[in-house]
Design a protein around this ligand. Sequence first.
Ligand code: 5GP
Ligand code: ZN
Length: 114
Amino acid sequence: MNCIFCKIAAGEIPSNLVYQDEHAVAFPDIHPAAPVHVLVVPRKHVQSVAHLADTDLELAGSLLLAARTVAEQAGVADAGYRVIINIGDEGGQTVPHLHLHVVGGRQLTGHGTA
Ligand code: 5GP
Ligand code: ZN
C-alpha cells in the first residue's frame, strides 16, 4: 500500500522513532507546531478513527497509552500537553492513516494545534 505512515512504521522510510511497541510507533512531525510534536501511528493501516472496528479495542486503547508514554519521555507530562486526532476532511486530516498528535512544550490555546 502506498501509505507514507505504513512505510515509516515498517521501516521502509527511515525515521527517528522515539517510541515503539507491539501496536504503534512514534516519530517527530515533519512540520512541528510546537517544541514537542510527535505522531503516534498504529503499525496496522487504519484510515482514521472513523475506520476503527469494534475488534480494535486493544489497539485503540494502546494508542492513547503510547501517547502518554511519548509525553512522559518528551518531558511534558507534568506541564501538560495535548493529544489531537484529526478525522476526515472537515476534521483537517491530511494523511489517511490514523495518527495521534502529541503536542506540547509551550502554552497551547484554543482547541487545535495553535
Ligand atoms: P493531519 O493533518 O493528517 O492530522 O496531520 C498530518 C501530519 O503529518 C502533519 O502535521 C504533517 O506535518 C505530518 N507529516 C506529513 N507527512 C509526513 C512525513 O513524511 N513525515 C513526518 N514525520 N510527518 C509528516
Ligand atoms: Zn497506512
